[in-house]
Design a protein around this ligand. Structure first.
Ligand SMILES: NC(=O)C1=CN([C@@H]2O[C@H](COP(=O)(O)OP(=O)(O)OC[C@H]3O[C@@H](n4cnc5c(N)ncnc54)[C@H](OP(=O)(O)O)[C@@H]3O)[C@@H](O)[C@H]2O)C=CC1
Ligand SMILES: CC(C)(CO)C(=O)C(=O)O
Length: 306
């Protein structure tokens, strides 16, 4: 399969690098990483060590491929979608966290849109070098009822052929809401308290707050027509906090590095859907306000709420 990976940072470089063992992959990202991949290839270390040589570019305008995988941060999806709209793809798959990405892609591209979740961990260590920090699996499926289920099967088969454990699911909206409940609970709480995920696996006020955020998110999901039980959301948060105990969440890392966070696509999305459905989301609203307040105070670029 011809695969273009838009957003060759941590996750995109890992997934693109693993797919490059079997498929023709082009990474789309920024220099100096892209220049290093073009010059010396891509090195993956951690869970496994391997060296691969995908094609790499900083400009995907007018490109074509069987599949475009989107792995930019949620605040860059609109830009990615605009570039992809000028190319030619048989399917577009988002592996991003947060909600709203698939709708943005669907509004721009003329191809089936697939939603995906990735539980692997990745960190861009140096230009040309990505660290694989957690093995993980991929789950993907059609986003809208009109999106081609066969495209999902084809993509999953191609991922499995490259040794990426991949499952196809027909209920991606519910699965994205469940992942949203995990991120809405763990990400802002760990970022604000500056603790590793494992701190939320210990009984105490932080675990209570994370659990309350997850339950509130499940309530908003149900108001939005998605069947997500409180217990499911609570258990998912407890399991992820335990299984990733030593990791720092992506939002914690963004805050530590003084970078913009994905708060708008996580707690901000929950607040937006609560407002639209008449539900209430005071915990998500407070967490979003605190993180946005930090972004503004830290001088991080946040165009939506400047
Ligand atoms: N890292 C992980 O382990 C996991 C991440 N995710 C999710 O995956 C998504 C990506 O995360 P992650 O890989 O960590 O993020 P990164 O910031 O490491 O990677 C995104 C990359 O895309 C680049 N990029 C953005 N816009 C463009 C553009 N127009 N042209 C070329 N390159 C562009 C960014 O460059 P620049 O920064 O210079 O703009 C950056 O290098 C997020 O939604 C995250 O939540 C999900 C599961 C695991
Ligand atoms: C699952 C979790 C919380 C793992 O850290 C994550 O997705 C993130 O950090 O963004």
């Amino acid at each position: 399969m011809d695969i273009l990976v838009f957003g060759a940072g941590s996750l995109g470089s890992l997934v693109g690098g693993l797919l490059a063992r079997t498929h023709d992959v082009t990474l789309v990202g920024r220099d100096p990483h892209i220049a290093a991949v073009r010059r010396d290839g891509l090195r993956i270390t951690g869970v496994e060590t391997l060296d691969v040589s995908p094609a790499a570019t900083t400009d995907a305008t007018g490109a074509s491929a069987d599949l475009a995988v989107v792995a930019v941060k949620a605040y860059d999806t609109e830009t990615a979608a605009t570039v992809l709209a000028n190319g030619d793809y048989d399917a577009v798959l988002s592996l991003q966290n947060g909600m709203g990405n698939e709708d943005v892609l669907a509004a721009h591209v003329d191809a089936p849109v697939l939603a995906g979740t990735a539980t692997c961990g990745a960190r861009l260590a140096d230009p040309g070098h990505v660290e694989w920090t957690g093995r993980g699996t991929i789950t993907l499926g059609p986003w809208r009822p009109a999106d081609d289920a066969e495209a999902a099967e084809r993509v999953a088969a191609a991922f499995r052929a490259a040794d990426l454990p991949t499952e196809v699911a027909a209920d991606m909206r519910r699965r994205l809401w469940e992942k949203l409940a995990i991120n809405a609970a763990i990400n802002p709480v760990t970022a604000l308290a500056r603790v590793a995920n494992g701190a939320l696996a210990e009984p105490g006020p932080l675990a209570d707050l994370a659990r309350a955020a997850a339950v509130e998110t499940a309530t908003v999901a149900r108001a939005d027509g998605v069947d997500l039980a409180d217990e499911t959301a609570k258990d998912a948060v407890a399991t992820v906090a335990r299984e990733t105990a030593r990791n720092r969440s992506s939002m914690h890392r963004d805050v530590t590095r003084g970078r913009r966070t994905e708060i708008d696509a996580i707690n901000g999305y929950v607040v937006d859907r609560a407002r639209a459905t008449g539900a209430s989301a005071p915990i998500n609203r407070t967490l979003a306000a605190l993180i946005r307040g930090w972004e503004t105070g830290a001088g991080v670029s946040t165009p939506e709420h400047e």
